[in-house]
Design a protein around this ligand. Structure first.
Ligand code: FES
Length: 392
């Protein structure tokens, strides 16, 4: 008896509307092949989400490897290091109290983050522990949104929130069996039938497979593969370093000598005033020779720098056409990426969204999306030693 019939009997005399559940599908054998769905219900969303899955998988795998291969990422003195980034997050993020606790361990935190990105990318691409990887991707993206992208206005300029939405979608949909090897699908699945009972019925070895066991097994294998992939990156990075890969330089030692003098006329400070003595406690950050040769030198403001200096921030010293030197906090006032000196155009350029700042005019904005100039840093040049000092 159909559901509609049942309801009609329970309500004699009443009109019973037809509902979708009342419509019974004809047996599959009576449906002409042309009208049968070509793909299962699970495969259709998986197929539609395949571009998203591949994009996020490749992006996270690349991001993890990029961190491990970048000699500056784990170099605490480099302006693009994880140390400098965490210091900037500690200032702007709503998680600031937590990040300040974690700040001393920034170098240690950078490594598991890079390995987790590799694992998440591999999980998305291979289907191994797929949902665990997708949930991990969402969690990491939300963490990045609350830190690296938090200063982005409007919010849709930042990539991390869309990444999080994409990962959540994948976590809900699953891989649908697409582009996943049978061996991976078999991990943690029912064990093979190995023997038969007296009546000739097959008897399974072991208990029934549990989803938890399956997830645990696949997650363990994925973690192991990620560690192996990450370990390959380490020697490559060390090789790159020993072959003289340039790092953003800038000494961070406190080499300032109180009372040292500079020769008027041969040097200039950030404010282009007359050269002054090196103040007590000034911090040597570069040399005139270095900046003159390269046009600019990136450095990290030492973590020990006194306020109001932006301790831990990436910074840059530029030699202007008139021979003077200027220094700026290199944290872009849009989203917080690190700006770089573009010698060809003679501007400080942000690689993230293209903001450009005029180094010769107090880092005034030449091109948005920000309206705020970079923060100037006070420097003094000691002509006697050829050192450039940062001072509070
Ligand atoms: Fe967006 Fe710099 S972070 S332009």
């Amino acid at each position: 008896m159909s559901r509609r019939e049942q309801r009609r009997r329970g309500n004699p005399g009443r009109r019973v509307p037809i509902e979708p559940a009342d419509i019974e599908a004809p047996p599959a054998s009576r449906v002409p092949p042309a009208f049968r769905p070509p793909l299962s219900a699970a495969t259709i969303p998986a197929l539609a989400l395949l571009p998203l899955r591949i994009f996020l998988g490749v992006t996270f795998l690349y991001a993890g490897l990029d961190k491990l291969l970048d000699p500056a990422f784990f170099d605490a003195s480099a302006p693009t290091s994880i140390v400098a980034q965490v210091a900037a997050f500690a200032r702007d993020s709503p998680l600031s109290p937590l990040i300040k606790v974690a700040e001393p361990y920034a170098l240690l935190i950078g490594l598991p983050i890079a390995i987790a990105e590799i694992g998440i990318g591999l999980g998305a691409l291979t289907g191994l522990a797929f949902r665990v990887a997708a949930v991990g991707g969402a969690a990491l993206s939300i963490l990045f949104w609350l830190t690296a992208s938090w200063a982005t206005h409007p919010y849709y300029y930042g990539p991390d929130l869309p990444y999080a939405a994409g990962w959540i979608t994948l976590a809900l949909a699953g891989h649908g069996g697409l582009l996943v090897s049978r061996r991976i699908l078999a991990i943690g699945a029912a064990p093979p039938v190995t023997r038969r009972d007296r009546a000739g019925r097959p008897v399974e070895r072991g208990g029934p497979p549990s989803p938890e066991r399956r997830v645990l097994l696949q997650s363990g294998i994925l973690a192991g593969i990620s560690l192996v992939v990450a370990s390959f990156a380490l020697p490559v990075r060390l090789l790159g370093r020993s072959s003289g890969t340039p790092t953003a330089s800038g000494g961070t030692g406190s080499g300032g000598t109180a009372g040292a003098s500079s020769s008027p006329g041969s040097t200039a400070t950030a404010t282009r005033g007359p050269a002054a003595s090196v103040p007590a406690g000034a911090i040597k950050v570069a040399t005139v020779a270095d900046v003159s040769r390269r046009g600019s030198v990136a450095f990290a403001v030492p973590a020990s720098a006194p306020a109001p200096l932006p301790a831990g921030d990436p910074a840059v010293i530029v030699r202007l056409k008139d021979g003077t030197f200027v220094a700026y906090d290199a944290v872009c006032t849009h989203e917080g990426c690190t700006v770089e000196w573009d010698a060809a155009d003679g501007v400080l350029l942000c690689p993230c969204h293209g903001a450009a700042f005029d180094a010769a005019d107090h880092a005034a904005v030449l091109q948005g999306p920000t309206n705020t100039p970079l923060a100037s840093l006070p420097i003094v040049v000691d002509a006697a030693t050829g050192n450039i000092y940062l001072h509070a």
